[in-house]
Design a protein around this ligand. Structure first.
Ligand code: SAH
Ligand code: SF4
Length: 349
């Protein structure tokens, strides 16, 4: 089958066989990517009408007990600069974000043991008491079901937990043996069952990734039907085991964003910081490929450089929440509009 016919099929049936995915992704041409982007834009236009949702990202701790091979915050990186925001500092970020027009806050961190389940629940309760009209998203890794329930009852609305890769062997190449794909997937199922708007996702071009492992990712996403999907290029961090690996492809990231939009129609799909890092107009390109969310950085300026997942992560330009007006202008120049709405996931019409 021609690649554009496979894309049409994905659009109609919202499903492809593994071999079709591989055929589509292996050696695609620029024209295929443009074809997919056009379709993806039509679909995002239909569901979101050229509106782009914003989320204020608060990176509240750079401590992590895990040792993912790709990540600059990994436990064994002794050069990582560790910091942890207090509850008061987190609330100050929300206050600033609220003034700037944010109605979703995303609390992200490494898996930091100091923030026990009770301390987390307390922060969540305070944020939701102070900002009842805002949505709260967590991105704090793998926890027990009880903890996920506690956070949900405290008021958390959404949870981002990228599955990273849906291929077991590939998962083992990215993580030490203590971590498992089975547990990651189980967490995602539990989160969804509890009632969170749930997000999975993966890095594009992580070491060991192939068209076959990407096919697994797409099929896993199709089966999970998440409310949100976060993807961005893999970018090396010099003080990790993958410090000398090649970065992921910008074009492939854009192509996959389009394919995700075509398959998962109404999903909330961010144009990520990593995409903005790899190319100066990456965020705009992501929107034009079908993304409909951006997540400016709301962390205190003094800690931003310390939250170093990968080298050269942008944090002071237009991805800074305080420069939202500049970002707004850039998004308007491509014909889209940043809106202040909470931007919850909605059932398909
Ligand atoms: N500790 C939490 C949240 C912080 S990490 C967790 O792991 O879920 C958030 C995401 O950053 C990860 O899911 C991963 O996909 C991404 N990330 C980490 N290192 C990266 C790198 N070197 N390049 C690109 N993305 C990376
Ligand atoms: Fe920790 Fe998340 Fe980085 Fe893994 S990806 S080392 S869990 S911060």
């Amino acid at each position: 089958m021609k690649r554009q016919d496979i894309i049409d099929k994905l659009c109609e049936e919202e499903y492809l066989q593994k071999e079709e995915w591989i055929e589509l992704l292996d050696g695609y041409a620029e024209s295929d990517r443009e074809y997919a982007a056009r379709k993806a834009r039509e679909i995002s236009g239909l569901y979101f009408g050229r509106q782009v949702y914003i989320r204020g990202l608060i990176e509240f701790s750079s401590y992590c007990r895990n040792n993912c091979y790709y990540c600059g915050l990994r436990r064994d990186n002794e050069k990582a600069q560790r910091y942890r925001l207090t509850e008061e500092e987190i609330l100050a970020c929300c206050e600033k974000g609220y003034r700037l027009g944010f109605r979703t806050f995303v609390l992200q961190s490494g898996e930091d043991g100091w923030y026990t389940d009770d301390r987390m629940a307390a922060v969540i309760r305070r944020i939701k008491a102070q900002y009842p009209d805002c949505a709260l998203t967590l991105s704090i890794g793998e926890k027990e079901e009880d903890a996920y329930r506690k956070f949900y009852e405290a008021g958390a609305d959404r949870y981002l937990l990228r599955h990273e890769t849906a291929d077991v062997r590939h998962y083992g190449m990215l993580h030490p043996p203590q971590m498992s794909l089975a547990h990651r997937k189980e967490c995602l199922r539990v989160l969804k069952a509890i009632g969170y708007q749930t997000g999975c996702g993966f890095m594009v071009g992580s070491p060991g990734q192939t068209a076959r492992t990407l096919a697994e990712d797409m099929m896993f996403i199709r089966e999970l039907h998440p409310h949100m999907i976060g993807i961005g290029p893999f970018l090396p961090h010099k003080d990790t085991p993958f410090g000398k690996k090649e970065r992921g492809s910008y074009e492939l990231t854009l192509f996959l964003l389009s394919l995700l939009r075509i398959m998962e129609k109404n999903v909330l799909l961010p144009s990520t910081t990593a995409l903005g890092t790899i190319a100066p107009e990456g965020r705009e390109a992501g929107i034009l490929a079908g993304a409909n969310v951006v997540m400016p950085n709301l962390s205190p300026v003094s800690v931003r450089e310390k939250y170093s997942l990968y080298d050269h992560k942008i944090c002071t330009g237009d991805e800074a929440a305080e420069r939202i007006d500049s970002l707004r202008g850039r998004i308007e120049r491509i014909g889209y509009k940043i809106v202040s709405a909470r931007g919850d996931w909605k059932e398909r019409r």
